[in-house]
Design a protein around this ligand. Structure first.
Ligand code: GDP
Ligand code: MG
Length: 713
């Protein structure tokens, strides 16, 4: 017997629990959270059915409607129309039933079998909402199954319903579109049915709804497209004259009317007590208090990250004088600064330098930050899955409106590292949630200013070396500075480069959820895992290339008979290929206080920002006299200490470097994604040019003004 495969598209409003249901059904590891961007990508997974069938699931982007206003709506609708899944699994949020059913009605109209999962059933029960699934199912003509995705409840009945209803489209023509519309819908439907269109009813309604837009796309398969287009144009004019409003308004009203009626039939409200969500929102969404909470939250994230990773000593350890306690960073530092170097080859050959300076110093320089990355993402996962991140967006929205960026731009910025430790790649992709091309481009161009997870180690390195007393405060300041630059750049771009009107937008506030500890830990492990993978992969490769450029050509030591070991090591690296490249840039970079070593590291940072730290570790490690006296010097100095002790470094130079790293060109991958998402190399090139120009101007100005005020001595 061959296996039957059923393709199931999972559709629903954002935050209805699509991803949770999808994960529970397919067991695929994914993040569960509230980022609108996360579900834009198409995700698939399979599950075994009950009697030998195979279910193939596709997680569609979250949408409120299928009217093609946003990218997600277009993506979801086109997938359903073109790929024709066997079944649509509609995830409905039981606590927001009315708004969710508005989409359900549209899905059912597409004449594809629909199964409804009434999700968040636990919360509905908690709130005393009584929803009658049988009545709901009867009116809609589709099975309605209560589920609690986070507790795996109702999944088996869901699979059964998918299997048994996969050939049953709802027989309902349930929506009465009224006297002004119905004759036109019927006429169009007849014509399309004669032509052999399978979902003629849906197409007819859709064509009248579309106000002349996207007809071409809808009628792609039709042999008489122009006749239909003409019919629709005439009909919409007649309807508007008869009813006084547009056909699309009438259609939306008819749907809302149906849903409102259905609500009355199927839902008995329990006691209308105020929910926790409402009570908390009164405070955290308040104009003044809310802003304070956001600031407090960001401060707490950094404070706890620093304390948990390298402040509180809670790991039992055996130190030099017996039993002690240490921090996670202490453990990682021990591995990469003591344990591994003790196995490495010694001496001054090329191989020893390759292993010690190129590999261990480079990768080890980054590994020290793994605990920081881990705890940072643990805390971010916590606020993300609790639902508080939507409130942060809500509060920031009001501040940001002033700057020509607003609403949906905030999530892409937060994903890019707006709070700390994101990544501009998914951030730029998340701009797809924006309706307006102009908003998208502007957001895409400023998102890379945010402090992504790769820049964080650079900032922490420099802050630890030069502002050791104020680490949390400095990270807070860095966060504010990056938002300020993003806002200013958006304002200018909006005025000069991408002009256009702002679009209105209502911010969503999903209910709070008690975060699930397991999924938060999984998220943090995934994030720090991919950070380590990158350090041992791409970053290591780039770093090895940089090492070779710093190692060759070898210096003729006989030419310097009087030089000490120390001086020779310094001369060698300065006379290397990389040394020469870095030095040739010094006349300019010196204006910002950067020397040739910084230049090499910053150039390497184009490939990936992680390279900045690894390349500096390597450069400073090679510049030392070779580690022959390893007995005496058991612990190698960490890079931050070397910088702090280096007479050429000072807080001003460190600050200028922080600003440069914050603002200069996005990494290669981000550039590629900007190209892909904007559809042109022009914007990608512009993005490199304007960010690097801005970074140079800002860091030079800060350094020069600082010098003039006598700082940086
Ligand atoms: P999506 O945007 O539709 O993919 O929604 P998600 O799957 O990301 O879920 C949004 C939030 O709701 C997450 O915090 C989930 O943990 C939570 N959630 C999902 N399903 C349920 C449920 O049935 N009950 C409860 N209490 N929470 C749920
Ligand atoms: Mg999702």
């Amino acid at each position: 017997m061959t296996k039957t495969t059923i393709s199931v598209a999972v559709a629903g409003n954002p935050n209805a629990g699509k991803t949770s249901v999808f994960n529970a059904l397919t067991g695929m590891k994914q993040n569960v959270g509230n980022y609108p961007g996360v579900t834009v990508e198409k995700k698939t997974g399979t599950a075994e059915g009950s009697n030998g069938t195979q279910l193939h699931f596709i997680d569609l982007p979250g949408t409120y409607s299928l009217t093609a206003y946003s990218q997600e709506e277009v993506v979801a609708r086109n997938f359903i129309l073109q790929d024709k899944p066997d079944v649509l699994l509609n995830i409905v949020d039981a606590t927001n039933l009315e708004r969710n059913l508005y989409l359900t009605v549209q899905l059912i109209e597409m004449q594809i079998p629909v199964v409804v999962a009434l999700n968040m059933h636990d919360i509905a029960v908690q709130r005393g909402l009584h929803i009658d699934c049988d009545i709901l199912g009867r009116f809609l003509g589709v099975p309605v199954i209560p589920t609690v995705a986070t507790k795996n409840e109702g999944l088996l009945p869901l699979i059964k319903a998918i299997e048994s209803h996969r050939h049953n489209t709802s027989a309902l023509d349930f929506i009465n579109y009224g006297t002004a519309l119905t004759p036109h819908i019927d006429q169009l439907q007849t014509a399309l049915t004669e032509e052999g269109q399978s979902n003629a009813r849906y197409l007819s309604v859709k064509l009248l709804e579309s106000d002349g837009h996207e007809q071409e796309e809808l009628l792609r398969g039709s042999s008489q497209a122009s006749t239909h287009t003409q019919f629709v144009t005439d009909a919409t004019q007649i309807i508007e004259k008869d009813a006084g409003v547009s056909a699309s308004t009438l259609i939306a009203e008819a749907r809302y009317g149906f849903v409102a009626g259905l609500m009355k039939e199927a839902v008995k409200e329990g006691s209308t007590k105020t929910t926790y969500t409402d009570a908390i929102d009164k405070i955290v969404c308040n104009r003044i208090l809310g802003t304070g909470f956001v600031a407090l939250c960001i401060y707490a994230i950094f404070y706890l990250t620093f304390q948990l990773s390298d402040g509180w000593e809670f790991i039992p350890w055996s130190g030099e004088d017996g039993f002690t306690w240490t921090t996670p960073v202490g453990v990682f530092a021990w591995i990469f600064e003591e344990l591994l170097p003790s196995f490495a080859p010694k001496g001054d050959g090329a191989f020893a330098s390759f292993i010690n300076d190129g590999v261990i110093a480079g990768v080890g320089g980054l590994m020290g930050f793994v605990p920081i990355i881990f705890f940072l993402f643990l805390l971010l996962g916590l606020i993300e899955s609790s639902g508080y991140i939507a409130r942060i967006a809500f509060v920031l929205d009001r501040i940001l409106k002033t700057f020509g960026l607003q609403g949906k731009s905030i999530m892409p910025l937060i994903i890019s590292g707006g709070i700390a430790g994101g990544c501009a790649v998914p951030g730029v992709m998340a701009t797809r949630t924006l309706r307006e091309e102009k908003d998208r481009i502007t957001t895409m161009l400023v998102a890379p200013f945010m402090n992504c997870g790769a820049k964080i180690p650079v900032f922490i390195l420099l802050i630890a070396a030069f502002f050791p007393q104020d680490q949390t405060l400095m990270m807070g300041i860095v966060t504010i500075i990056s938002w300020s630059f993003a806002m200013l750049a958006a304002l200018v771009l909006r005025k000069c480069v991408v002009k256009g009107e702002q679009t209105p937008f209502v911010m969503e506030l999903p209910p709070y959820h008690v975060p699930r500890i397991t999924s938060i830990f999984r998220y943090a492990f995934q994030k720090s895992g991919s950070y380590m993978k990158k350090a041992f992969g791409l970053v290591l490769v780039v770093n090895i290339v940089l090492w070779a450029l710093m190692y060759f050509p070898r210096l003729d030591t006989d030419a310097y008979p009087d030089a000490s070991e120390e001086e020779l090591a310094g001369l060698q690296i300065q006379e290397s290929i990389a040394g020469n490249i870095g030095s040739s840039l010094e006349p300019v970079s010196q204006l910002a206080g950067f020397d040739w070593r910084d230049n090499i590291a910053l150039l390497g940072g184009f490939a990936a920002k992680e390279v900045i730290v690894s390349a500096m570790s390597t450069a400073y490690s090679m510049g030392e006299a070779d580690p022959g006296d390893i007995e005496e010097q058991t612990t190698k100095q960490p890079l931050s200490q070397k910088l702090a002790n280096d007479p050429n470094w000072n807080p001003l130079r460190a600050f200028a470097m922080i600003l440069f790293v914050m603002l200069y060109a996005p990494c290669f991958v981000t550039i590629a994604v900007i190209k892909k998402e904007s559809g042109s190399w022009g914007w990608a090139g512009f993005s490199i040019a304007y960010t690097t120009t801005l970074a140079s101007i800002v860091s030079v100005l800060v350094y020069q003004i600082g010098l003039a005020f006598g700082l940086g001595l």
